[in-house]
Ligand binder design. Structure first.
Ligand SMILES: Nc1ncnc2c1ncn2[C@@H]1O[C@H](COP(=O)(O)OP(=O)(O)OP(=O)(O)O)[C@@H](O)[C@H]1O
Ligand SMILES: [Mg+2]
Length: 348
């Protein structure tokens, strides 16, 4: 039996984040960007991190990569273990090794990560040379292999192309090739398809899913698009204002949403209906920037299921069913409220 035949929940964890809190000093203000988050990434899975703009998805990725800004960012507690290696507090040399050999990342904006004045052959080649310590012709061969791997047609003709000469989808494939050039155990893809049209988006997601299988790696897929999650991920975590509010295998979470915020995201999908009434395409209000700890539910002021009890200190995450947890104190109320919507019916 290969690991792909195992159930996701039985797989071994490769990355374990425990009680991680992060603050940014912003003048005299402090922003609590991550508030006591814990999760694990299992071998060979695609774990999706989902939530609105500003909820803490990218800073989670940047903290794992050791790429937070030097000034202003403070990790106030927590641990990040990659296998046996503790990453928090590790030296810059260790983190460089981790980034060069164990974790690959596709950054949110490909144009800022690709150098516009160098050809893509040169840029991938440089990563390959650093990682493998090989000479120019070996690096060229490996670069071609990488471009083939990410299904760039006629790869040898593309080595001399500059980033602006490629389509958005091709540029994203180049980014994936660069992230994979170090043979990572874990790929972090931060909004890898946001800038792409729907057809190309589907191709890039298929590519990531295939590569995960072929290379037996794990993927953290960051997105604010629930459609992407439904198509590509095995498990998902919903984030709100720096907290993980719900976590479950994708089909369980879509079939039984158990947090007011998840329900809000599902209802905001185009075409989602509550009974016969079309609902708004956006959750009213915005993600707050927290400057001090909040004991109760941070989403309560925007939540259509909230009661006075939501302001009381939150209990630990509740187990809704095996592998499915929620920080909502009214999971039944949420589920009763949303169970007849099209999106939930489709999964139930
Ligand atoms: N360098 C920084 N200095 C100060 N605050 C920051 C910094 N980087 C992020 N933040 C704050 O941390 C919070 C989380 O930001 P983050 O970039 O992780 O959001 P996100 O979920 O990735 O959003 P998006 O979907 O827009 O990419 C936001 O309130 C943001 O303003
Ligand atoms: Mg982001």
């Amino acid at each position: 039996m290969t690991f792909m035949d195992e159930k996701a929940e039985d797989r071994q964890s490769i990355l374990t984040v425990s009680n991680l809190s992060l603050e940014f000093a912003d003048g005299d203000n402090v922003v609590r960007a991550l508030d006591d988050i814990s999760f694990e990434v299992r071998k060979g899975e695609i774990l999706s991190l989902v939530g609105e703009s500003g909820c803490g998805k990218s800073v989670t990725a940047m903290t794992i990569m050791g790429l937070l800004p030097r000034h202003g960012a403070r990790i106030s507690s927590g641990s990040i273990r990659l296998g046996e290696q503790e990453l928090l507090g590790a030296s810059e040399g260790t983190m460089r090794h981790v980034r060069g050999n164990r974790i690959g990342m596709i950054f949110q904006d490909p144009m800022t990560s690709l150098n516009p004045v160098h050809t893509i052959g040169m840029q991938i080649g440089e990563v390959v040379r650093k990682h493998r310590g090989c000479n120019r012709s070996q690096a060229r061969a490996r670069t071609l292999e990488m471009l083939d791997l990410v299904r760039i047609p006629a790869a040898h003709n593309r080595l001399g192309a500059y980033p602006h000469e490629l389509s958005g989808g091709m540029r994203q494939r180049v980014m994936i090739a660069m992230a994979l050039a170090c043979d990572p155990e874990l790929l972090i893809a931060d909004e890898p398809t946001t800038a792409l049209d729907v057809t190309v988006q589907a191709q890039v997601l298929d590519l990531i899913a295939d590569l995960r299988k072929d290379l037996a790696m794990s993927v953290i897929l960051i997105t604010h698009d629930l459609g992407v999650v439904a198509n590509a991920a095995d498990r998902m975590m919903v984030m709100y204002a720096g907290r993980i509010v719900e976590e479950a295998p994708v089909e369980k979470l879509f079939a039984r949403p158990s947090h007011g915020y998840t329900a809000g995201l599902l209802q905001s999908l185009p075409g989602a209906q509550t009974g016969h009434r079309s609902v708004l395409n956006e959750i009213p209000g915005s993600v707050p920037r927290l400057d001090k700890p909040v004991a109760g539910c941070v989403y309560a002021p925007r939540c259509s299921f909230a009661t006075g009890a939501c302001e009381a200190p939150l209990p630990p995450a509740q187990l809704i069913e095996p592998q499915h947890t929620s920080r909502c104190i009214h999971p039944e109320r949420v589920y009763e409220g949303i169970r007849n919507t099209e999106i939930v019916s489709a999964w139930a």
